[in-house]
Design a protein around this ligand. Sequence first.
Ligand SMILES: NC(=O)c1ccc[n+]([C@@H]2O[C@H](COP(=O)([O-])OP(=O)(O)OC[C@H]3O[C@@H](n4cnc5c(N)ncnc54)[C@H](O)[C@@H]3O)[C@@H](O)[C@H]2O)c1
Length: 248
Amino acid sequence: MGRLDERVAIVTGGSRGIGAAVARLFAAEGAAVVVADVLDDEGERLTAELGAPARYAHLDVSSEDGWQTVVRETESSLGPVSVLVNNAGIVEWGSVEEQSPEAFRRVIDVNLQGPWLGMRTTAPSLRRAGGGVIVNISSIAGMTGYAGIASYVASKWGVRGLTKAAALDLAPDIRVCSVHPGVVRTAMTADFDDSFTAAQPLPRFGEPEEVARMVLFVVADATFSTGVEFVLDGGVTVGPPAAPGAAQ
Ligand SMILES: NC(=O)c1ccc[n+]([C@@H]2O[C@H](COP(=O)([O-])OP(=O)(O)OC[C@H]3O[C@@H](n4cnc5c(N)ncnc54)[C@H](O)[C@@H]3O)[C@@H](O)[C@H]2O)c1
């Protein structure tokens, strides 16, 4: 018996990376999974690999019409949605001075407005399912600042705050939590080398499957948690590395 039998889950940005790992784990645990993404070929391939009752849906998460179509089609083919994982996200490099207003807005539209649209469109379906869980993928960039990615940092802090507001608005039927990965090996971090993680207490990249297991924990086990952050970051936000000469 799977831990997500009878559940219907939408995973945005599910065609690759962290989202694909979540889709695979959810399907292995018995959920019917809708992978919603803009990368159609990868998404179709993945859902074929997951087997029935998985489906691929083309969705730009910044489109309200797109969300309405995906939720309607999910309900009619698989039943009401009981789990939503708002995972789709993009990075656009640029400091506060360098980044164009258009690029800033693009990041906010996908990373922050996307989860908001997803929650507001899916909430009635989650209620029809008898209650449900929303997991918003933020980042440790939603817990501290990073140079050169101001819009990304703003969007991920936004997702963290939005999660708390939504947890209050949607209680008690729907739990809403945020998950905050550190540096995870995906296409998003393809340019990072091992030196980037060398000073972490756990000096390595995280793997997408580790994030997927945290998301499953939030959905299936964390039944008394809502509006809170679940962090998996190799300890990088715990504190700075030891000062030179400090006793080891
Ligand atoms: N990789 C990391 O180190 C890391 C760390 C912390 C948080 N995250 C977050 O995890 C999430 C997944 O990132 P990833 O590392 O797997 O990256 P990724 O680039 O491999 O995957 C992102 C997915 O989102 C999809 N996507 C992008 N824009 C979209 C849109 N408008 N509508 C629908 N889908 C869209 C992409 O097509 C892709 O499939 C993101 O929200 C990211 O910010 C990643």
